[in-house]
Design a binder for this molecule. Sequence first.
Ligand code: ZN
Length: 154
Amino acid sequence: MALEQLYQEVILDHYKNPRNKHDLPGAELSCSRNNPLCGDEITVYAHLDGGRVAEVSFRGSGCSISQASASMMTEAVMGLSTEDTGGLVRDFRGMMEGKVEPSEDRFGELVALTGVRKYPARIKCAVLAWDVIQAALSGDADAREVRGEAAQSL
Ligand code: ZN
């Protein structure tokens, strides 16, 4: 019970005081995705330097889980190599699916999001931002389209 409350406080704090929630002028990568089941929308912007995620930010709207997870994602991947980011996305998804042990050494405060696993419909909310950063880094079609829009608005 106490742990559950702590987890909820971590999530609420990120929801109310989102980290890195802003545009990122000059970001060469960006991607948007939504979760129509819940109405969540996330756009992730990233600036790479020397194979690392030098800067990452997000914009979005939706439920507290989706927005808190996006805020936590930006903190977790900031400064990581793109390879390590891919590994963390994979492990985070595994943790949310119950396939990877929620170790605080590996995941830090991200383990707070495992409280959501009791509500399977909300797992998509928690994973959305992670899908978006992965799509942005892989430079898929959607990401290119969004980059085009960003370039026009500059
Ligand atoms: Zn949601």
